[in-house]
Design a protein around this ligand. Structure first.
Ligand code: OGA
Ligand code: MN
Length: 210
C-alpha cells in the first residue's frame, strides 16, 4: 500500500475544521480509504492475536486502574515506524492537526493514539476525554475499522451534544469522528460483535504534572 499524503488544505479537512469551529464536532463517514481501513483492521487483529493489546485503564498516572465496569476495551498505543498502515494513518492525522491549527489557532503540538478492541458486550461509560490533572487534550479523533456494521450490532458512539441531546454514530469502517475533548461528553454502547477503532487526541503544550 502506498504511503498516504493529504494536503492540510484538502476540502475534507477544511470541512472538519469548519464543523469544529461552528459546533465542536464533525463526522465524516468516508474518511479513510477502504484499503487503509482494512490494513489497519488487520494490524489491530494481528496485535490482538499476539497478545499486545491490554485492558485499558481509567485515569492517568499513579491513580489509574483497570475498571471493566467503566470501560472494557483492550488497547495498544501506536508509534511511528511500526507498520506502514499506522504511518499512513499518522500522516493523515498530522495533516488534520495542521489544518486545525491553521483554522482554529489551538496550538496543537502532538497526537497520541491507540488501537482499541471492544470484545462483544464491552462498553465505555459516559465521560469526557480530559483528565482532571492534565488539560493538554484538546481534540479527540476516532476512526472506525469495522466492515459491514449494522445498527443492530450496537456499539454506537453516543455523543451528548447541546442540551444533552444524544447523537449516535455507527462505528462503520472508514468513518472519522472529531470533537472537542473537554466539551463533548460521550459513551460507547455495548456491541454484539467485536468493535475495532483507532482513537487519538491532539494535544497542546500544557502544565504537565509529572
Ligand atoms: C475513548 C472513546 C470512542 C469510540 O477511547 O475515549 O471515547 O467510539 N472512544 O471508540
Ligand atoms: Mn472518550
Amino acid at each position: 500500500m502506498r504511503a498516504m499524503q493529504i494536503s492540510s488544505d484538502h476540502p475534507l479537512l477544511l470541512r472538519i475544521v469548519d464543523d469544529l469551529a461552528e459546533r465542536g464536532w464533525s463526522q465524516q463517514n468516508i474518511f479513510l480509504p477502504l484499503d487503509l481501513t482494512r490494513a489497519l483492521a488487520a494490524e489491530c487483529r494481528k496485535r490482538a492475536a499476539e497478545g499486545e493489546l491490554a485492558p485499558a485503564a481509567v485515569g492517568r498516572g499513579p491513580t489509574s486502574e483497570i475498571r471493566e465496569g467503566i470501560r472494557g476495551d483492550h488497547i495498544q498505543w501506536i508509534d511511528p515506524g511500526q507498520a506502514e498502515a499506522c504511518d499512513s494513518y499518522l500522516g493523515l492525522m498530522d495533516s488534520l492537526r495542521e489544518a486545525i491549527n491553521r483554522g482554529l489557532f489551538l496550538g496543537l503540538e502532538d497526537f497520541e493514539s491507540h488501537f482499541a478492541m471492544y470484545p462483544p458486550g464491552a462498553f465505555y461509560l459516559k465521560h469526557l476525554d480530559r483528565f482532571r490533572d492534565d488539560d493538554r487534550r484538546m481534540v479527540s479523533a476516532v476512526v472506525y475499522l469495522n466492515d459491514g456494521w449494522l445498527p443492530e450490532h450496537g456499539g454506537q458512539l453516543r455523543m451528548y451534544l447541546d442540551n444533552e441531546r444524544a447523537y449516535d454514530v455507527q462505528p462503520t469502517g472508514g468513518c472519522l469522528v472529531v470533537f472537542l475533548s473537554g466539551e463533548v461528553p460521550h459513551e460507547v454502547l455495548p456491541a454484539t460483535r467485536e468493535r475495532l477503532s483507532l482513537t487519538g487526541w491532539f494535544r497542546r503544550r500544557g502544565n504537565e504534572p509529572f
